[in-house]
Write a protein that binds this ligand. Structure first.
Ligand code: GDP
Ligand code: MG
Length: 360
């Protein structure tokens, strides 16, 4: 999209060039030559005004592309040990050991291995969070850890989790949990999973299975290794320099500090002081904190951070984009709010029409 001229945009949206120029004037932007490339922010704004949808494609031409840590979500049946496993993993981090435990609740945490490799875990297990993010188009998760209790075996929500991962095209690593229990039967779990169509590694497929106990803290190293291996196979890389493209994984309102959002950068670098549009909200980043609560100047790919300085509360799954000025941020935010409201009303009227048809 970047670099498109108003003539091209008119062609794509089926509008007259003059009409698009009027929109530009209305938002206080200067109208240059028809052949000047538009900035992506302006292109998005115009497209929204005429009801076209836009997708930002970030080119990484010439930019430095570096390997990045995987972002992992834990899913599985209720009581199979998702929360316990996340707690146990959190404690394996070098940083956590040094600081005597992570006190900050961010909605995501990083496990750093002595080897220097690291893994980012999203802290909200469960399908609701995963689906909500995906519904907003947020492709945050690279790998799903499917937790299955060794004594209970495959249950309805286990299969639901598998369906979610498959639909999102996210690879699975299976953690057979509660292996410390006398009634544990990891073999039975594997057979059940295989009969559900999961191609497990030991049966010639590529889904790794690791036996763990979140309570006894066994097998965690193996699980982390399996995740790093999976990440390596996926060849996860990101552009590091340039404007950040990030997602909100959690947001809350703090009495003193205002709206706070936990964000994970997918590409580029988020820098303190930048103007951002987050979903339909906007702000200027006043502070960035890492998961230890330490102030930092910038956030790089796969690093979960808390950002402060937004004017409103965003939602999990909202995208974060960096814009050039406060005016642009306000403008885009207002444009998106208008579009979201229009979409919402359209949905309601669709619903009302469907209802009317039912009644007739
Ligand atoms: P979630 O609903 O999937 O988040 O499950 P929880 O982490 O809340 O765990 C449910 C119950 O299983 C709790 O009572 C945990 O103490 C217990 N539990 C979790 N992991 C293990 C494990 O590895 N071994 C044993 N024996 N119990 C576990
Ligand atoms: Mg839980």
């Amino acid at each position: 999209f970047d670099g498109m001229t108003i003539v091209e945009l008119a062609k794509r949206t089926g509008e007259h060039v003059a009409a698009l120029q009027d929109i530009l004037i209305n938002v206080g932007e200067s109208v240059g030559s028809e052949f000047d490339p538009l900035s992506i922010d302006i292109a998005e704004l115009i497209a929204m005004e005429v009801g076209a949808s836009v997708k930002r494609i970030h080119t990484s031409e010439g930019a430095q592309i570096l390997p990045r840590p995987p972002v992992v979500t834990v899913m599985g049946h209720v009581d199979h040990g998702k929360t316990s496993l996340l707690d146990a993993l959190r404690q394996t981090s070098v940083a956590a050991k040094e600081a005597g435990g992570i006190t900050q609740h961010l909605g995501a945490f990083v496990v750093s291995m002595p080897s220097g490799a690291s893994i980012t875990f999203l802290d909200t297990p469960g399908h609701a969070a995963f689906s909500a993010m995906r519904a907003r188009g947020a492709a945050v998760t690279d790998i799903v850890v499917l937790v299955v209790a060794a004594d209970d075996g495959v249950m309805p929500q286990t299969l639901e989790a598998v369906a979610h991962a498959k639909a999102a095209n996210v690879p699975i690593v299976v953690a057979v949990n509660k292996c410390d229990k006398p009634a544990a039967n990891a073999e039975r779990v594997k057979i059940q999973l295989a009969s559900e169509g999961l191609l497990l590694e030991e049966m010639g497929g590529d889904i790794q299975v690791v036996e763990v106990s979140a309570i006894k803290k066994t097998g965690l190293d193996n699980l982390e290794e399996a995740l790093l291996l999976q990440a390596e196979l996926m060849n996860l890389k990101s552009r590091v320099d340039g404007p950040a493209q990030a997602y909100v994984v959690e947001a809350r309102l703090d009495k003193g500090r205002g709206p706070l959002a936990t964000a994970i950068v997918k590409a580029g670098t988020l820098v303190c002081g930048q103007h951002v549009v987050v979903g339909s909200e906007w702000g200027r980043i006043r502070a960035i904190r890492d998961m230890m609560g330490t102030l930092t100047e910038r956030a790089t790919p796969a690093m979960p951070v808390e950002i402060e300085g937004l004017k409103g509360l965003p939602m999990a799954g909202d995208d974060i984009i960096v814009v050039q000025s406060e005016e642009r941020a306000r403008m885009l935010s207002a444009g998106r709010k208008k579009k979201f409201e229009k979409d919402r009303l359209l949905k309601i009227s669709d619903g009302a029409e469907a209802l009317k048809e039912l009644e007739e």
